[in-house]
Design a binder for this molecule. Structure first.
Ligand code: AP5
Ligand code: MG
Length: 246
């Protein structure tokens, strides 16, 4: 009885197959050419997507003003051949070039306040779109609000290359201030003065710190002790990246 049932089921499947795909000899021949081609293409696209996901190392450097994000970013992008996306640098370039975006941003950045999420996302979108085949992105000074973090996750999610970690550089307040006042003497950045530095810290504490919790909940938050020499901080970051890069 069991054998009969088994063969009945087997025959039924063959009939269904014949109805679906193999009605005539001509159709049979067409199917034998096109089915492997279609299956091959699907496998090829899936493998490309798999390779892309494996290859991209998307990281965000996070921390208060003066923590050393830009300093470490330069070294990381060189070692891992990543695209450096610094929203602060991009905005300063727009201002220096005198563009419309630059004119809109100048007063806000010079007061030490955050620009709107819409403004920053416009800057970022272009960079991601124009570097699709990159090894990965190193975000520096972005995301700075939970809304920006959600937008970034969404953008990277669509590409199938999610963020692999938020590296949080931790430095005491007095050292941060010392570094920025020191930098003011060398680089003359318009927002490196006592009053504006205070505002930047206020913005960080009210709007930006929440981004760390957002990524803690996703298990992507990594703490790095930043009050050490640049080489020591870099060595710790490399140690982390070596673990998460594949
Ligand atoms: P942004 O340019 O991002 O500035 P920031 O976050 O205030 O940080 P900094 O660039 O001042 O410091 P850093 O952490 O890069 O430290 P660095 O390596 O330079 O943003 C500027 C403004 O743009 C914002 O205020 C806002 O208006 C706007 N903006 C940007 N992004 C935005 C966003 N996503 N949304 C909304 N608005 C946005 O180091 C600092 C100094 O310390 C240097 O002189 C360096 O040589 C020195 N140093 C570094 N590491 C060490 C070390 N280990 N030991 C001793 N000295 C060190
Ligand atoms: Mg910076």
């Amino acid at each position: 009885l069991y054998n009969r049932l088994f063969y009945a089921k087997y025959e039924f499947n063959i009939i269904v197959l014949n109805k679906g795909f193999l009605k005539t000899k001509q159709e049979n021949e067409i199917n034998s050419i096109f089915l492997p081609l279609i299956l091959g293409r699907i496998l090829f696209l899936l493998s490309l997507r798999g390779l892309k996901m494996k290859a991209m190392l998307n990281i965000a450097l996070f921390g208060p003003p003066g923590a050393g994000k830009g300093t470490q970013a330069k070294r990381i992008v060189e070692k891992y051949n990543l695209v450096h996306i610094s929203t602060g640098d991009m905005i300063r370039k727009e201002i220096a070039d005198g563009t419309e975006l630059g004119k809109m941003a100048a007063d806000i950045i010079n007061r030490g306040e955050l620009l709107s999420d819409e403004f920053v996302v416009r800057l970022i979108e272009n960079s991601i779109a124009t570097h699709k085949g990159a090894n990965g992105f190193l975000f520096d000074g972005f995301p700075r609000t939970v809304a920006q973090a959600e937008i970034l996750d969404n953008m990277l999610g669509k590409e199938g290359t999610p963020l692999k970690g938020l590296i949080c550089i931790d430095v005491p307040f007095t050292e941060l201030k010392r570094r920025m006042l020191e930098r003011a003497k060398i680089e003359g950045r318009a927002d490196d003065n006592e009053e504006v530095i205070e505002n930047r810290f206020k913005e960080y504490n009210s709007k930006t710190v929440h981004v760390a919790n957002y990524y803690k909940n996703k298990g992507l938050h990594i703490d790095i002790e930043g009050d050490r020499t640049m080489d020591e901080v870099f060595a710790s970051i490399v140690e982390v990246l070596e673990k998460i890069k594949d």
